[in-house]
Design a protein around this ligand. Structure first.
Ligand SMILES: O=C(CO)COP(=O)(O)O
Ligand SMILES: O=C[C@H](O)COP(=O)(O)O
Ligand SMILES: [Zn+2]
Ligand SMILES: [Zn+2]
Length: 326
């Protein structure tokens, strides 16, 4: 059946078992993006301390920034670090927003245990065909695949209501059956980045479209659902950034309450990148403002890394519910 399973040599796990447990347990697996050493150290330390399964994910941007070979060996190092800490938490290495069969294939052959093929911008039948092709190849190597239906809206797209970008519940059964994907990313109002909603000062952002999520759940009961764009855009970080010379007025994200509600449903993977970026920027700005003579990067990056550990522990324990589940 299986051809070579490359990721086993790196000590990684695919997402199949993680998702089964998360869906039945009413929690979500955190998927944290990483581009550098300090981020990955913080993810491992925090997930080991909270005994949380974890997905570490790499975007195309991360591959360009850090070098794909370097990232792969960093992930292997992350597994070794966790084991040396005496922890057996499952760690998956996932390609975030893969945009071609060739990229997914290259990642599978270089040790990724999970890939996303994001055909959500394509016409439906093309999305099905591309996703199906990736699934066939990935499953030969016991790699799990995330597909996507519906387009994550930017704040500007949201206002042009002629064609809704939300996932159409009536398409999900057909998509899952035809492609054989292991999980499905959907669009219910989240978006990437630090400016997710346009709100006036003091106003709450609009709630996510739980009606669409529950309709999808009804059609594919127990099937693992993924939420992208799920940073809370932690207000304390935005305030620190603005206090120390930054300019991020109006930055706003998805509330923790909404994420808790999502994690309790069949949403079993929650993607968080921006909150980590904000934590690092806030702490580096603060550190350098308070220590103007310091020039050792270990000092300000160390401060940033400590904050990342705190943030990730908080997410695992208080928001996603993945703490203690490994
Ligand atoms: O979806 C994401 C990565 O794929 C990250 O979303 P955020 O920008 O909300 O952190
Ligand atoms: O979905 C996007 C992720 O946050 C990765 O972003 P990036 O492409 O800037 O690395
Ligand atoms: Zn997408
Ligand atoms: Zn995303």
């Amino acid at each position: 059946m299986s051809k070579q399973v490359y990721y086993r040599e790196l000590g990684l796990a695919n997402t199949r078992e993680m998702f089964q447990k998360a869906v039945s347990g009413g929690y979500a697996i955190p998927a944290y993006n990483f581009n550098n050493l300090e981020q990955l150290q913080a993810i491992v330390a925090a997930c080991v301390e909270t005994a949380s399964p974890v997905i570490v994910q790499v975007s195309k941007g991360a591959r360009n920034y850090a070098n794909e070979t370097m990232l792969r060996y960093m992930a292997m190092g992350a597994v070794k670090m966790a084991r040396e800490m005496g922890s057996q938490i499952p760690i998956a290495l996932h390609l975030d927003h893969g945009d071609s069969f060739e990229l997914c294939q290259a990642c599978i052959e270089s040790g990724f245990s999970s890939v996303m093929i994001d055909g959500s911008h394509l016409p439906y039948d093309d999305n099905v065909a591309l996703t199906r092709k990736v699934v066939e190849y990935a499953h030969e190597h016991d790699v799990t695949v995330e597909g996507e239906l519906g387009v994550l809206a930017g704040i500007e797209d949201e206002v042009q209501a002629e064609h809704s970008t939300y996932t159409k519940p009536e398409e999900v059964e057909d998509f899952v059956a035809k492609t054989g994907v292991d999980s499905l990313a959907i669009s219910i109002g989240t978006s990437h980045g630090a400016f997710k909603f346009k709100v006036k000062p003091g106003e709450e952002p609009p709630p996510l479209r739980f009606d669409i999520l529950y309709e999808i759940e009804k059609r594919i009961p127990g099937f693992p659902i993924v939420l992208h764009g799920s940073s809370s855009v932690v207000p304390e970080y935005v305030e620190l950034i603005n206090q120390y010379g930054g300019k991020m007025e109006g930055a706003v994200g998805v509330s923790e309450e909404q994420l808790r509600k999502a994690a309790a449903s069949s949403v079993c993977k929650i993607n968080i990148d921006s909150d980590g970026r904000l934590a690092v920027t806030a702490k580096v700005r603060e550190y350098l403002a308070q220590n103007p003579a310091e020039f050792d990067p270990r000092k300000y990056l160390g401060a940033a890394r400590s904050e990342l550990v705190r943030l990730i522990k908080h997410k695992n324990k208080e928001v996603l519910g993945s703490a203690g589940q490994a």
